[in-house]
Design a protein around this ligand. Structure first.
Ligand SMILES: Cc1cc2nc3c(=O)[nH]c(=O)nc-3n(C[C@H](O)[C@H](O)[C@H](O)COP(=O)(O)OP(=O)(O)OC[C@H]3O[C@@H](n4cnc5c(N)ncnc54)[C@H](O)[C@@H]3O)c2cc1C
Length: 544
């Protein structure tokens, strides 16, 4: 029986575990926290699919076109085609395993308008779509766990991959329950570790998604892709803990963006793009907001309290709870913040990386979204990619191995010991805080060569002191050993942004404002003894 190790238990990891188990594989699903604490539960607005009851004129081809156009011509066409074609089946599957979608009066799944889409095709569960999907997936995974097909392991942080001769045989983990390093070997290893939020400190997402796995894998020879494309969501609200997302569903229900000038409201998106201005793709809306240099507000009050409570109850509650704003009476002060990472581990259509037996799915993989993701396509991609990876693993050849990973285990244990006895004056949390400040300042919505070089200089300095950090026993060890991987990833992100001398999608360069034909390809990043290499994937090795 094939043994599959899946790291990360959000929507992507859970789906892959279920699919592999149903294909008679032995599955180990590993994460530090339960699925109920994954970022996936935060997903609010919905998941895209062209269903039988679609708007007149809508079609799967149109979903494909919108996705490719939203991605600014650098998402893989066949990958996106597969994604959109599978969407209706994915919604049927989700319903079958118990996801409760909001229905219309005729009993059909309701759909709402989302940014960058020509028709209403975002299926939703109130404004807690992610929570509903995770709940259904957890129930299904538990059923398979009950019959011995899935084994879930909690309190396990990824440490490093076990790679020999270009193939992956498993991974090392820091086990938080006994503070030791543990080896798990497998025929195939799937990474489903989510986005890179910790690079930027406060974002709309979970700080538990820190990008460490991507950084460490890069250092171990795995290629990354399109790291410069970082989505700033246009409508977020400042709170003490995080940037609170004001779901795109608000604009889907008719919400209008404006700023005030001489006591009058200027609806700048509608002025520039007409009726659908507020629902332009996120890169365009955020870019326009930055260009105004003003305080921006979002108004949905005209919908009336009854409809607001019916259509977007969670948004009403969030604004009331965290900012004391009654959105049925007042506008919401909003600003763009880091929300999603189009870049990640470079994978082909079967979700294989450049290392044998090593797969990546969900937000940590880069394939479907090009230079900008459309709202509602991420949950879809997480589920579709997981199914593609499971099918590919089933087809793959299972080669017996007899390697002994004792030396890797010993080295990782020694690394932990060194951290504990280090006497340097640099506490980990301080460097992580400094990193976030650097990234926010130098890699904002609009960047240029000078700011990116400054960012690189600062991150290189943090890296030079990373192995001299002071280990504080009140911080758990993961914080200590993950630092160099996170910093290496940050360096790779800045290097990619410097390399792409054009503006495309979410990557806006004030010094290169035009989109250049010569850059119509993905950026591939590699690592060689501390040096980050960048090249364009002009041959389409990772997308076709
Ligand atoms: C506020 C918000 C609202 C959103 N709304 C929508 C929406 O309406 N529609 C949509 O399509 N998308 C939406 N998104 C995006 C979408 O939710 C995510 O892209 C998607 O859920 C990612 O799923 P995932 O399984 O890849 O990762 P996650 O759900 O982030 O799961 C990652 C898993 O990896 C684990 N992990 C992380 N690091 C390590 C490590 N070092 N070792 C071991 N395990 C690790 C985590 O514990 C977790 O289990 C939203 C995002 C946010 C932040």
């Amino acid at each position: 029986m094939k043994k599959v190790l899946i790291i990360g238990s959000g929507i992507a990891g859970l789906t892959c575990a279920i699919e592999c188990a149903q294909r008679n594989m032995e599955v180990i699903l590993v994460s530090p926290f339960s699925s109920e604490r994954s970022q996936s539960v935060l997903a609010a607005g919905g998941i895209n699919a062209v269903l039988d009851n679609c708007d007149p004129g809508d079609s799967i081809d149109c979903h494909i076109d919108d996705t490719l156009k939203g991605g600014c011509d650098i998402a893989g066409k066949s990958a996106v085609t597969g994604l959109c074609e599978s969407a209706p089946d994915i919604i049927r599957w989700l319903t079958k395993i118990g996801t409760v979608f909001t229905n219309d009066a005729d009993g059909n799944i309701s759909r709402r308008a989302f940014g960058g889409q020509s028709y209403k095709r975002t299926c939703y569960c109130g404004s807690s779509t992610g929570k509903q999907i995770v709940t259904a997936l957890v129930m299904e995974a538990r059923r398979l766990e009950g019959i011995g097909r899935i084994k879930r392991r909690l309190w396990m942080d990824f440490h490093s991959a076990l790679i020999r001769d270009g193939r992956c045989f498993g991974a090392l983990f820091f086990n938080e329950s006994d503070y030791d390093i543990e080896v798990i070997t497998a025929d195939s290893v799937v990474f489903a570790t989510g986005g890179q939020n910790a690079l930027f400190g406060k974002t709309t997402g979970s700080i538990l998604c820190d990008g460490y796995a991507e950084g460490r894998l890069l250092m171990q020879g795995v290629k990354l892709k399109n790291l410069e494309f970082i989505q700033y969501h246009p409508t977020t609200m400042e709170t003490s803990q995080k940037k609170m997302l004001v779901s795109e569903a608000v604009r889907g229900e008719g919400g209008r963006l404006y700023y005030e000038e001489n006591g009058k409201r200027v609806y700048f998106m509608e002025d520039r793009y007409g009726e659908r201005g507020n629902l332009m793709p996120r890169d365009i809306v955020s870019g326009c907001m930055a260009e105004t240099g003003r305080d921006i507000f979002l108004d949905i009050s005209f919908l009336g309290k009854e409809r607001i409570l019916d259509r977007i109850p969670e948004v009403y509650e969030l604004c009331k709870k965290y900012r004391g704003i009654d959105i049925s009476k007042e506008s919401i002060p909003v600003a763009p913040s880091v929300h999603f990472f189009m870049g990640g581990i470079a994978v082909n259509n079967s979700h294989e990386s450049n290392i044998g037996n090593l797969y990546a799915i969900g937000e940590c993989a880069s394939i479907y979204h090009g230079a900008n993701r459309l709202g509602g396509n991420s949950l879809l991609a997480a589920i579709y990619g997981a199914k593609m990876a499971a099918a590919s693993i089933e087809r793959s050849e299972s080669k017996a191995f007899s390697a002994d990973f004792g030396s890797e285990l010993e080295m990782a244990r020694m690394e932990l010991q060194t951290l504990k006895s280090s006497k340097s004056p640099f506490p980990v949390v301080y460097i992580r805080y400094m990193l976030a400040e650097t990234m926010k300042e130098t890699l904002g919505i609009v960047r240029d060569e000078a700011s990116l070089k400054k960012g690189l200089e600062e991150v290189s300095y943090y890296l030079s002191v990373a192995d001299k950090i002071r280990y504080d026993s009140s911080e758990f060890a993961y914080f200590g050993y993950s630092l160099s991987g996170i910093l290496t990833l940050a360096k790779a992100v800045l290097t990619s942004a410097l390399f792409r001398r054009e503006s495309r999608g979410s990557h806006i360069r004030s010094d290169y404002p035009d989109t250049e034909e010569g850059f119509r390809a993905a950026t591939i990043v590699s690592y060689d003894e501390g040096r980050i290499g960048t090249e364009l994937d002009t041959e389409g090795a990772y997308e076709n």
